[in-house]
Design a binder for this molecule. Structure first.
Ligand SMILES: [Fe+2]
Ligand SMILES: [Fe+2]
Length: 246
């Protein structure tokens, strides 16, 4: 690859890691609030502890992302405290249901997707520093997804009904924004070099989004009594709108 292409790929990857650093800070702020809210609604102890651990993991991820931006020549990233993360749960729900909504959206869906996207990127990483950082982040994101499934299971056991199924289209639509955090702004001629540096092409990240929702997230939710019909309909429409992914 020509030096000019290599430099362009590094600059493009640095922009993706910069967006991700900000998203990690927002996740830190969300898990920090969720830790308190989970405790307040009487969530089981291990889930509360996992949410608090997740908040400090996300802060560390932001620092790792910022280090990668520097490594790729992208300059410093401001890592001040993130503004409070906006609540995701609909106003009409009670406190306990709102927390369940946000934990499912954040952990069961977004973190599961992040783990799938990172797994793909780790397998393609060409740069050892990028690979090592992504691998460490991946291990944590798997735990963050687990806390969501553990909370959903515990709430179902306590007799909480299906407060998720009706909202799945909104949750999935919100998750598409997370997928964008892993992709370059547009299909890039230097895409192979980019995926080696931690950024997927849009078509590929969309394909992984669809597969992860269809094969992991929706079946997982069904296992815990969530009616996923609206989610499946939303996904089919989303896929039809975007056309073939690769
Ligand atoms: Fe993270
Ligand atoms: Fe996470």
């Amino acid at each position: 690859m020509a030096d000019v292409d290599r430099a362009a790929a590094r600059a493009s990857a640095a922009r993706v890691w910069r967006r991700r650093a900000r998203a990690e800070l927002e996740a830190a702020s969300r898990f920090s609030r969720l830790g308190d809210e989970l405790a307040a609604v009487g969530a089981v102890g291990p889930v509360v502890a996992m949410a608090r651990d997740a908040a400090s993991d996300e802060r560390r991820h932001a620092e790792q992302c910022a280090a990668l931006v520097r490594e790729l020549g992208g300059g410093p990233v401001a890592l001040g405290p993130a503004p409070p993360a906006r609540e995701l749960g609909p106003r009409g729900l009670g406190a306990r249901e709102r927390v369940l909504y946000e934990v499912v959206a954040m952990s069961c869906i977004t973190e599961t997707l992040s783990a799938a996207l990172l797994g793909e990127l780790v397998s393609r990483a060409a740069d050892p520093v990028v690979r090592e950082n992504m691998h460490r982040i991946l291990r944590d994101e798997i735990d963050h997804a687990r806390l969501g499934w553990a909370h959903l299971a515990a709430e179902r056991e306590r007799g909480v009904g299906d407060v998720i199924g009706a909202y799945l289209p909104a949750m999935l639509a919100g998750t598409v924004a997370a997928e964008v955090l892993f992709s370059a702004e547009a299909e890039d001629p230097a895409q192979d070099a980019l995926s080696g540096l931690g950024a997927l092409g849009r078509g590929e990240s969309r394909r992984i989004f669809s597969e992860t929702m269809r094969l992991v997230v929706l079946p997982g939710l069904r296992r815990f009594g969530v009616d996923t019909a609206r989610g499946e309909a939303w996904l089919a429409e989303h896929e039809a709108r975007l056309g073939p992914t690769v």
